[in-house]
Write a protein that binds this ligand. Structure first.
Ligand code: GAP
Length: 455
């Protein structure tokens, strides 16, 4: 089947109520998106699966929820206040703006900008690149573009009151390391998890949910003894990949890609990449951050963040292994991978969203065969099943059209209420993927569906 384009996927999401363009009635606001009823359900399902796997089912793993706004010193310690920027160039002819590294890799796929300094990128662009938009070669000098969103606290906007919206969630986990260690009565290794919004003033946001200025992250920070870090890094690489394939992503569309150039404090970094409609790109970063973060926060806060190992009596600054993924970017992966156009035996074509049932917005749709006759019983079944999982009821148009609607939004099971149901309390339950139907007692539906939709 031909790969769908990003535009087709975004139109589909708008049509069915997954994702709408942000501020649409005001003409939109570039690269901002609002999640509709189905999108919000799906986003929550992704986060629930992640929490279940990496917090609930993992020993010594604790979720916290920190502020988006923190003491500005946090960002001095982390280095973001000074140097969280991307290289930017503008075409002087058509005024189009580019992230310099992306411009080089899109025009010259054989050249790796990650291995270049900013000066080398500047020179390469000037000597080798024509603007993809107007074809001219007349670029500004490369500039560093600050990705931090700044705002002001209080009533006077001056330097002293300048604060930042966090560009990543992990710093909240680092500055709470000792709080969690103490209150959870933990020992190393242990994990702090966080899910929350981050903000980056991206040079070139775009490609639907792929790069936005406001996005959610799901991050794990694993604190460990130096020397144990390599094994934990490798374990988390495998576990992150397994999470995606367990949720049905085609392994052929996933790969590991080691970073060509490590930031100075990291000792290892790998991305899980997905083969998006626009090509292979990062979905999930796995990093060995060494003892850099806690060392920096010790230095800037004046608090000793070292750990006393009660078994060996050694004192050291723990190492941190990180896994960091964007929720919206992951949703995009699940949508790209699951959306299919299927030709059926009778030659007709159906749109079907083959999401893992745990991710599907609704687990069950209840369809009364004839509205006037079967709606009352259908409502009774709907009210019962809604206690267990998210259901929807649809009583308009032909049963075939209703099946198609549910296929298109990924509902794994459709239950038809007909005369037999009124007689003996039995229903027909249809599977989205195989389209096979079986008969079940109403009382047996919760167990059947929970078992099939669990992650
Ligand atoms: N704490 C480490 C960190 O934030 P990152 O590689 O900059 O690492 C982690 O970000 C993940 O967050 C990325 O792999 C991506 O999934 C997501 N992400 C980063 N910037 C994003 C953006 N502008 N829009 C959407 N998702 C983004």
């Amino acid at each position: 089947m031909e790969k769908l384009t990003m535009e087709q996927i975004s139109n589909y999401c708008k049509q069915y109520g997954f994702i709408y363009p942000g501020s649409e009635i005001y003409g939109g606001f570039a690269n901002t998106w609002d999640f509709g009823p189905l999108g919000s359900r799906m986003i929550n399902n992704i986060k629930d699966c992640w929490r279940k796997r990496f917090v609930g089912q993992r020993d010594n793993s604790y979720e916290i929820d920190c502020g988006i706004i923190m003491n500005p010193k946090v960002w001095e310690a982390s280095g973001h206040a000074k140097s969280f920027n991307d290289p930017q160039v503008d075409c002087k002819e058509c005024k189009k703006r580019y992230r310099a590294d992306n411009l080089i890799s899109s025009v010259s796929p054989d050249v790796n900008p990650d291995l270049m300094t900013y000066e080398e990128m500047n020179k390469y662009i000037k000597e080798n690149i024509k603007c993809p938009s107007c074809g001219k070669s007349n670029f500004t000098d490369l500039r560093e573009f600050d990705l931090m969103f700044k705002t002001y606290r209080g009533t006077i906007s001056d330097q002293k009151t300048e604060i930042y919206l966090r560009p990543e969630t992990c710093q909240g986990e680092y500055i709470n390391f000792q709080n969690v260690l103490r209150t959870a009565r933990e020992k190393l290794p242990f994990t702090i998890a966080q899910v929350g919004k981050s903000f980056r003033n991206e040079v070139t946001p775009g490609n639907f949910l792929f790069r936005t200025i406001e996005f959610e992250q799901m991050e794990l920070q694993i604190f460990c003894k130096p020397g144990e870090d390599e094994a934990i890094f490798n374990f988390n690489k495998k576990q992150s990949m397994k999470f995606l394939t367990d949720l049905g992503v085609n392994p052929e569309n996933l790969r590991f890609k080691d970073h060509d150039k490590l930031v100075f404090y990291a000792s290892a970094a790998t991305d899980i990449q997905y083969n998006f409609p626009t090509g292979w790109d990062e979905l999930w970063g796995i990093h060995n951050r060494t003892n850099y973060d806690l060392t920096q926060h010790s230095k800037f806060s004046g608090k000793d963040l070292s750990y006393l190992d009660s078994e060996t009596n050694e004192k050291y600054i723990p190492y941190i292994l990180e896994t960091a993924a964007g929720v919206g970017r992951m949703m995009l992966v699940f949508l790209c991978d699951a959306l299919k156009k299927e030709t059926l035996e009778d030659g007709s074509i159906r749109d079907v969203l083959k999401l893992h049932p745990a991710l599907a917005p609704y687990k069950v749709a209840i369809l009364p065969l004839i509205k006037k006759v079967h709606s009352e019983k259908a409502k009774e079944v709907y009210n019962k099943l809604n206690n267990y999982f998210m259901c929807t009821m649809d009583d308009s148009s032909s049963i075939g059209k209703r099946y198609r609607r549910q296929d298109a939004i990924g509902t794994p099971f459709c239950i038809t209420i007909d005369d037999t149901t009124l007689e003996n309390n039995k229903v027909t339950i249809r599977d989205r993927d195989t389209m096979e139907q079986i008969i079940l007692n109403i009382d047996d539906i919760p167990y059947y569906v929970i078992e099939k939709t669990m992650f």
